[in-house]
Write a protein that binds this ligand. Sequence first.
Ligand SMILES: O=C(O)CCC(=O)C(=O)O
Ligand SMILES: [Fe+2]
Length: 268
Amino acid sequence: MGMTEEEKFRFDLTGFLVRPAILTADEIAPIVDQIDRIKHDPESLPVEERAVPGGAMSLLIDHPKVTEVLHDLIGPDVRMEGTFCVWRSKGEVHGGLHGGGPGQIDPIFGYRCANGRIHAGMVRVIFELTDVTKQDGATHFIPGSHKANFPMHADHMSLEAGKRSEFLATYECPAGSAIFFTENLCHAGPPWERETPRVAVLNAYSHLATHWHRLTIAPEVMAGLSRQRQAWFREPWIADFRTSPATHNTTDRFLQMEEPTVRLDHQS
Ligand SMILES: O=C(O)CCC(=O)C(=O)O
Ligand SMILES: [Fe+2]
């Protein structure tokens, strides 16, 4: 199915998109429980579930309502390249406004749209696992800043009450929603304002040819994933010309291979 025309318009205009409630209550509860244990009692989990993206949360890697959006934002060949989860208590922050403006994260990860198709570099997907209101302090954005032609102006970079940009925007959503944004959008993880914690998983995806984050997933966590999900972390290359015709780095090829081929530095 893919993104609707309205979703494409919205993402291109603002740099972010909310898909509300794509997860069921039955999917959310075990992931919340897993993150609670990861942060507070990791020993109570089997090793392959003790860190992202293993265990219950592994269904987020390739959720169909996410994959179809990534194909429209990045292209048919997508890798997952990083992920983290948060259990954010009142007063805790991720950081101030960053990104946005003409420099972008790097041109190869830049935001482009040509011939009616979006070609985003790195795309972040936030899975909010609790209901979120606009007062809670979830991720904030300066909409449109992924296409800004002038550097982000200091007058628009404050998160302090009374000094916030008139453009600063956030979202409200029910538990189980996915928020997509291009990493070139100016964004922040401001202080969490709510008494109950923010529980979220933040995945990063990019084109199969590129890699921004060095892979840090623990070998035992990777080993616990299905081959289909391991394929999302395959090496960043497109074609191998040692064969004729060239071999393409497809998911199918990965699945046909006998040996695990997600290379981790600390494994060799
Ligand atoms: O924690 C947040 O709300 C923002 C996280 C962030 O800056 C990012 O995922 O790039
Ligand atoms: Fe960020």
